[in-house]
Design a protein around this ligand. Structure first.
Ligand code: PMP
Length: 389
């Protein structure tokens, strides 16, 4: 590590030393296949069982739900959506509710289901909130699934997901709620109970765990009623819902990062809030930054700030800052290569040119207020320099 300022923590984080140590220790000693019946298999299975328990605790699961390990948030979202839609023949062609600004790993499986004849309806997210009237109107009795993120990866908007859960409970007897908590996990306090969800997506690499690992938490009722079908078929691992030999070192390291983050949650939230407030205060008071507009949702997570620059393309700024050792992203790094790059920003209400001039700053609890100040100085210098072209 040098003097870089890494403000792209929503794209990914550096693995923590604790998680790395856990990974190495399990990889070295518990290398059996968790499905093997001998002692080494049992040891590996125990590692997975402990990891599941730790993760369950961090999402406030008191109901005995199942943590299914996946290859990340993308696979967990695909499993939740495709697995739910295909769980019962009578679900074919039914309605799925979602929000307008979802991540591509939700949008794309929904688009595939639309092609199969399912009806996909979107709750508008203009201004960074779920339209409450649309929630009530769109929660019709034929809804089988609602898939809504808790925190938007581009704007940091914290959505009123419990309002969706309440509408489903009232009007949709067949519906379960899937929450993509990839960006919310260990940044805002929540539990599966307060959200009222049946399925919850988590990703390890956003919380200082290893990349390529994630989980789908599944409510016991969903398992009991066979309300979810697998998308990967094979040896029947993970309760038959996700075949493939598990990766105990990664799962244990993910669980370690989650447990450490959970026990430090309130300090981390305070830290992130301090960083965000420092940035917002400087943007409001420094005349050199007066042309920068903050895309501020009414309620937001503390780690993501979306900034629209004065007529400077986000990519140009990203490279200029990168040359100074400062790392931010243009919109969302996960989608910045695709045609869905600006969808959440458009759904927020930004015009295409504004969306193209928008950068995302995302903090870790390891960042400092000094780094925020250095970033603000660099940003103002680059705005002045690039405005000349
Ligand atoms: N959902 C959201 C909201 C995300 O931000 C991301 C990652 N950018 C994902 C899902 C996908 O997670 P993963 O990278 O673990 O596949």
């Amino acid at each position: 590590m040098g003097n870089e300022i890494y403000f792209d923590n929503s794209a990914t984080t550096r693995i923590s030393e604790e998680a790395l140590k856990t990974y190495l220790s399990v990889a070295r000693s518990e290398y059996g296949n968790p499905s093997s019946l001998h002692g080494m298999g049992k040891d590996a299975e125990t590692v997975l069982k402990d990891a599941r328990q730790s993760i369950s605790k961090t999402v406030g699961d008191a109901a005995g739900g199942t943590v299914l390990f996946t290859s990340g948030g993308t696979e967990a979202n695909n499993l939740a959506i495709l697995g739910r839609a295909h769980a019962k023949p009578r679900f074919k062609g039914k309605t799925i509710l979602t929000s307008a600004g979802e991540h591509a790993s939700v949008k794309m499986p929904l688009a595939a289901l639309a092609d199969e004849g399912y009806r996909i309806v979107e709750i508008p997210t203009t201004g960074g909130r779920l339209d409450p009237e649309a929630i009530l109107k769109l929660a019709t009795p034929d809804v089988i699934l609602a898939s809504v993120m808790l925190v938007n990866n581009e704007t940091g908007a914290l959505y009123d997901v419990p309002a969706v859960a309440a509408a489903l409970r009232r009007s949709c007897p067949d519906a379960i709620l899937h929450v993509d908590a990839t960006q919310a996990y260990l940044k805002v306090p929540f539990s599966v109970k307060t959200l009222g969800c049946g399925l919850l997506t988590l990703s390890s690499h956003k919380i200082e765990g290893p990349k390529g690992t994630g989980a789908l938490w599944v409510d016991p009722g969903v398992i009991r009623n066979r309300g979810l079908s697998p998308i990967l078929l094979g040896g029947g691992q993970e309760t038959g819902l996700r075949s493939g030999t598990e990766d105990p070192p990664s799962c244990a390291a993910f669980a370690k990062a989650a447990a450490v983050g959970y026990s430090a949650l309130s300090e981390r939230v305070s830290r992130l809030t301090e960083l965000r407030e420092r940035l917002l205060a400087t943007l409001a008071s420094d005349p050199r930054l007066s042309g920068v507009r903050v895309n501020l949702p009414p309620v937001s997570a503390p780690h993501i700030v979306s900034l629209t620059l004065p007529r400077i393309k986000s990519e140009t700024m990203l490279h200029a800052l990168s040359a100074r050792g400062i790392y931010v992203s243009s919109g969302s790094a996960c989608s910045s290569h695709g045609k869905h790059g600006t969808s959440a920003l458009s759904a927020f209400g930004l015009s295409d040119p504004d969306a193209d001039a928008t950068i995302r700053v995302s903090f870790s609890h390891r960042n400092t207020t000094e780094q925020v100040d250095l970033f603000c100085d660099a940003l103002s210098e680059e705005i002045a320099r690039l405005a000349r072209f």
